[in-house]
Write a protein that binds this ligand. Structure first.
Ligand code: AMP
Ligand code: TRP
Length: 333
């Protein structure tokens, strides 16, 4: 049976190689498998949980659509839309916030990381963010949600919320309990400067990540400057375990070439990193440069990108407004 796929990406700029290898590349494969129905959402309501400049936000929404399309998602096969244009998301989030428990949210590690030391100053939205994410997924009866490893806990919360709603109102299987789709390997791409931190758009140093809009030269330069160690490339994964930066770079190579860590180690065993980095730069540029060029080309045609969103919103709204109507009936509104 076909799957119903839903996933979201925040339009906060600087989409990077981690987003691509951890999530978007997976979206493209799912989109190409005709059995699946896919919905990809630009989650602009999530973006405003931290302060955004209105003009930049508008650009970033278009840039996220451009990235989806440039990476190979076909907007005729899949629905691409932005969250704020479908009112059911905000409505659903409110209703589900009355189902979710404080204790569940208090466990969310992403909030702790993002709020940092000064929790009192974080927005309420940042705290309740995972409930909005649950609404996104549950409104479309999604069976599978492709995400990077960092979203696993949010998906577990979404499952708990769906189950509690079904139990509270005694209607089995009304809200579909979704399965996460997290790649076994490479679901967490790390910073090029610190192998213990994930590659992130909010990291200050631009050298820590490959942006999907980087030029060829920028990519090559960043790989050259990426942190490594002085040992040669080992034979087994076990020997890589304490060498975080080395493991990350070889992982990136493996993921870009649709291979495995094991097989990539076989190719490079005994070699030093300068030789490996040259090969890595080659595969990186071959894969990402065409996407980068296409993003820039698409960004010149704003009306085309807006049209994609408009068509997507219409399709998404049809599904979501129907579901929220049923949810309201069940509640007693
Ligand atoms: P975001 O940009 O936070 O909306 O994330 C969009 C998608 O990219 C989510 O599925 C994340 O799990 C994934 N993602 C973000 N950063 C990384 C990373 N460093 N490695 C792997 N996946 C990531
Ligand atoms: N929270 C996700 C992230 O930061 C983005 C997101 C919002 C999402 N809604 C979603 C992902 C629904 C999957 C399904 O990466």
């Amino acid at each position: 049976m076909g799957k119903k796929i839903f996933s979201g990406v925040q339009p906060t700029g600087n989409l990077h190689l981690g987003n691509y290898l951890g999530a978007i590349k997976n979206f493209v494969d799912l989109n190409n498998d005709n059995e699946n129905k896919c919905i990809f959402c630009v989650v602009d309501l999530h973006a405003i949980t931290v302060k955004q400049d209105p003009k930049e936000l508008k650009n970033n929404i278009r840039e996220t659509v451009a990235t989806f399309v440039a990476s190979g998602i076909d907007h005729k096969k899949s629905v691409i839309f932005n969250q704020s244009k479908v009112p059911a998301h905000a409505e659903g989030a409110w209703i589900l916030s009355c189902v979710a428990r404080m204790g569940w949210l208090n466990r969310m590690t992403q909030f702790k990381e993002k709020a940092g030391k000064d929790k009192e100053k974080a927005s309420i939205g940042l705290y309740s963010y995972p409930i909005l994410m649950a609404a996104d997924i549950l409104l479309y009866d999604a069976t599978h949600v492709p995400v990077g490893e960092d979203q696993k806990q949010h998906l577990e919360l979404c499952r708990d919320i769906a189950q509690k709603f079904n139990n509270d109102f005694k209607i089995d299987n009304f809200l579909q309990v979704p399965e996460p789709l997290i790649q076994k390997e490479f679901s967490r791409i790390m910073s090029l400067k610190d192998g213990s931190k994930k590659m992130s758009k909010s990291e200050l140093s631009d050298l820590s990540r490959i942006n999907l809009t980087d030029s060829k030269d920028e990519m090559i330069n960043k790989i050259k400057k990426a942190k490594t160690d002085s040992l040669p490339i080992p034979e087994t994964i076990g020997e890589l375990d304490k060498r975080l930066e080395a493991k990350n770079l070889i992982g990136i190579y493996a993921s870009l070439t649709n291979s495995t860590l094991d097989k990539s180690l076989e190719i490079f065993v005994g070699k030093n990193f300068s030789e490996f980095k040259e090969k890595l730069s080659q595969v990186l540029v071959a894969k990402i440069d065409p996407i980068s060029l296409e993003i820039k080309k698409l960004l010149n045609d704003k009306s085309y990108l807006d049209q994609i969103l408009l068509e997507g919103v219409e399709k998404a709204d049809l599904i979501a407004s129907n579901k929220i109507k049923k949810i309201k009936e069940i509640i007693g509104f």
